[in-house]
Design a protein around this ligand. Structure first.
Ligand SMILES: Cc1cc2nc3c(=O)[nH]c(=O)nc-3n(C[C@H](O)[C@H](O)[C@H](O)COP(=O)(O)O)c2cc1C
Length: 237
């Protein structure tokens, strides 16, 4: 091959290699954006979650044997698929024909909403569409509890009961009984999912409910019941 042709071939090969590297870098950045739970926040808009996995995971008896509370979190965001699976496990629709969920509620009231407080913003989980509805911009994690780790955990789930969805429940003690039971059922789903995924998790009653209700902009009929932190465990913990 002539020297000039050889030089042209080398230049073209180098150009192709640079182009290929740029394409790979862009694809990697896109993939990171798509899988990271650094969610986009558009007020009032709903963000579709990827379809939940609904299969696999740790055998149930192994998850029960390993379930425990952890209070040491790394600040890394959860992948979007993990967030999707977590919320579906918490209280997603598992029978689309009836709209019933992974978590039982008295008379199928479905009166417990899950608010999802992340570094990117606060959302409400919408089980019917398996989506996140943007509620409040900014990082409100510190408002979800009195313990310092709440600002580190990737996600703080806040369990909010809505009295407007509980017809006939007038008595405060009766409401508290239903609210606590509903939150407990969702919380155990979350404990078992987190155990299966090797995530750190702790349910929390130690919450300033009034302040958190204000931060979330809750309606008069809504009450904060409890919160639960979920995230990657701190290295070495
Ligand atoms: C209703 C309820 C409220 C809780 N509140 C808190 C809390 O505010 N802060 C906390 O660090 N742990 C809290 N926990 C976690 C318990 O301390 C923990 O479950 C208990 O020590 C047993 O540990 P284990 O979960 O590892 O079995 C709570 C647990 C439950 C069930």
């Amino acid at each position: 091959m002539e020297r000039a042709n050889l030089r042209r071939l080398v230049v073209m090969s180098l150009g192709a290699a640079v182009l290929l590297a740029a394409i790979i870098a862009t694809a990697a950045a896109d993939a990171e954006l798509a899988t990271s739970a650094n969610l986009a926040f558009v007020p009032g808009e709903s963000l579709a979650l990827p379809a939940p996995t609904m299969a696999g995971g740790m055998p149930l008896m192994t998850a029960l044997a390993n379930r425990h509370s952890s209070r040491e979190f790394s600040p890394d965001a959860l992948p979007l698929q993990t967030l999707s699976d977590l919320l579906w496990a918490a209280t997603g629709v598992n029978r689309p024909d009836t709209g019933k969920r992974t978590a039982a509620t008295a008379r199928n009231w479905q009166s417990l909403d899950v608010y999802v407080v992340t570094a990117a913003g606060t959302y409400r989980y919408e089980p019917a569409g398996h989506a996140l509805v943007a509620v409040r911009p900014g990082d409100q994690r510190a408002a979800t509890g009195a313990q310092p780790f709440v600002s580190e955990a990737a996600v703080n789930l806040v369990y909010v009961s809505d009295g407007a969805k509980m017809p006939g429940v007038e008595d405060a003690a009766q409401r508290a009984l239903y609210d606590g039971t509903h939150a407990g059922i969702v919380a155990q789903n979350v404990y078992l999912f987190a155990t299966s995924e090797g995530l750190a998790v702790v349910l929390r009653a130690m919450v300033d409910r009034e302040a958190l209700a204000t931060a979330l902009g809750l309606a008069e009929s809504q009450k904060v019941v409890m919160a639960q932190s979920v995230g990657h465990p701190q290295a070495g913990s």
